[in-house]
Design a protein around this ligand. Structure first.
Ligand SMILES: [Ca+2]
Ligand SMILES: [Ca+2]
Ligand SMILES: [Ca+2]
Length: 511
């Protein structure tokens, strides 16, 4: 294990140095496209009405090479082509509903950018509480305000710490599957063999191994869901569930539309119980890419259809999709001019996805967190760096979230990216506690309808009320259904409970 770790660290460092920042193109001379085929979504997949072969012939005749065939599940082809007229050729066919150049966007910083800007701080390994940890707690658990806020240690100790049969797909930059904090006497709870790397060949691809995190983001997210209770580092919300690394974002922090659609589809094929998607668009990098994706724009429409069909497919296969709402402090129900409300943040606003906003240690809205009536489903700890009246939360991370980083390191980071995996972890605890174990094609699986998991998550929250804001009693535009609570969730405790916190920014209208 130690040798493996050292090797991994050296290779990782070399890989990062070799990667130029801000580049995320297709292999030389070719362009990547998303081709959305005409047909009908069904309960089990996508019905092309017998046109599959014709569609493949059409793409080939237009000079395209299919790199990922998702037609059976969602009627989408990922294509590379060097033909400048490829789009004109396929768009002219009735077999094609939409086709566009693939969306690529920068969703997260590189490791160097995050450390350089001070957003990511590494924990000094000597920073352990005076006198050592409390008996029965993890060495760094005292600094994990986020876990205490949602009462996951109590839920784990008294009711449910997660079933190894429950698989949580981490759609991100990969997971350092050899990190000490995922290992106990039963081995690592990161399933590298079931992991997938959907990053296209290119300068940001990094090491093509789902259990090597070429960035840092995926490992931090994964530790929040399921770092083990193993006398190392931290604990996750659901320490005993299985983590599956699925790469959709690369070394440079760019995420790929086709990779996202393929990863969500794969989660459905593999019947993961929960997926976490802590990626979203908040940076204009490509084709005037914006946070909001509009159906009126042909490029954004292809992106949306591919990913929305994938979410629907995955849900039909029993997957609970959980996503970060974004870090631009936007009211997603009232997008700024010139956007209409039909323009969505994808995947957070997609039908069937649990949208998660971020709160700080006092349950206050994190200054950066996006929100919006009908868009926010739950509030979850993501960290909040602004100085509060009461100062910082005690500990090396202050008001940020402490979790795992590649190379047996731990560190502090914040964002709705951190809020979402806390909610995904509670969803995984709910499935572990209330799901039915069954056997499907020789594989043991846990089943619980995604709608029911969502209902359990949302009906056991603690209502958050902005001080003096009567309209934030009950469901509201800012905190959604309220703060997730792991203990109430595993007990299915739905009695009304409320907590009054700071006021939220005014929204234009209610509803
Ligand atoms: Ca641990
Ligand atoms: Ca499963
Ligand atoms: Ca409320």
């Amino acid at each position: 294990m130690i040798n493996r770790f050292k090797l991994g660290l050296i290779v990782l460092a070399a890989a990062i140095l070799a990667m130029p920042f801000g580049t995320a193109g297709a292999s030389t001379g070719t362009t990547r496209y998303t081709v959305v085929l005409a047909g009908t979504a069904t309960e089990t997949g996508f019905d092309l009405a017998g046109t599959h072969d014709a569609a493949l012939q059409l793409v080939a005749a237009a000079g395209g090479t299919v790199t990922m065939d998702l037609s059976k599940q969602i009627g989408v082809l990922a294509v590379e082509s060097a033909n400048a007229l490829f789009l004109d050729a396929v768009r002219a066919s009735l077999l094609v509903e939409d086709a566009a150049q693939e969306h690529v966007w920068k969703s997260i910083p590189t490791y160097e950018e995050a450390v350089g800007s001070g957003a990511l701080t590494l924990l000094d390994p000597n920073t352990v509480p005076g006198g050592g940890p409390e008996p029965g707690t993890e060495p760094l658990e005292e600094f994990q305000w986020s876990m205490h806020l949602i009462r996951s240690p109590q839920a784990n100790a008294t009711v449910q710490a997660g079933s190894r049969l429950v698989e949580v797909g981490i759609l991100d930059t990969g997971i350092d599957g050899y990190h000490l904090d995922f290992v106990d006497e039963d081995g690592s709870n990161v399933n590298c063999a079931k992991g997938r790397d959907f990053i296209p060949v290119g300068p940001g691809a990094g090491i093509a191994d789902p259990c090597t995190d070429n960035n840092f983001h995926g490992t931090h997210v994964a530790g929040i869901v399921a770092a083990r209770v193993n006398e190392h580092g931290v604990r996750g919300v659901a320490p005993n569930v299985e983590l599956i690394p699925v790469k959709v974002c690369d070394v440079t922090g760019h995420c790929y539309s086709n990779s996202s659609a393929a990863a969500i589809t794969y989660a459905g094929d593999a019947k993961f119980e929960v997926i976490n998607m802590s990626y979203f668009v908040d940076d204009d990098q490509f084709l005037a890419s914006t946070e909001f994706k509009c159906m009126s724009d042909p490029v954004q429409r292809a992106f949306r259809k591919a990913n929305e069909r994938a979410i629907q497919y995955a849900r039909n296969q029993g997957v609970v999709p959980v996503a970060a709402l974004g870090n631009s402090d936007s009211d997603l129900a009232h997008p700024p001019e010139p956007y209409e409300n039909e323009c969505d943040v994808v995947p957070a606003e997609t039908e069937g996805v649990i949208g998660v906003m971020a709160i700080g240690p006092e349950s206050e809205k994190a200054t950066y967190s996006s929100y919006g009536f009908g868009m926010t489903d739950v509030a979850s700890p993501g960290g909040n760096s602004r100085n509060r009246d009461g100062g910082e939360y005690p500990g090396p991370c202050g008001n940020q979230v402490l979790s795992t980083l590649p190379g047996n390191v731990w560190g502090c980071f914040q964002g709705t990216s951190m809020a979402s995996p806390h909610a995904a972890g509670v969803a995984a605890l709910i499935v572990s506690q209330f799901g039915k174990v069954g056997t499907d094609a020789g594989e043991t699986d846990v089943r619980m309808r995604p709608q029911q998991v969502e209902d359990y998550l949302q009906s056991t929250t603690i209502d958050l009320i902005g001080a003096g804001q009567t309209e934030t009693k009950g469901y509201d535009y800012c905190f959604g259904n309220g703060r997730i609570d792991a203990l109430r969730a595993v007990l299915h405790e739905t009695s009304y409970e409320a907590f009054t916190t700071e006021t939220c920014p005014e929204t234009q209208t209610q509803g």
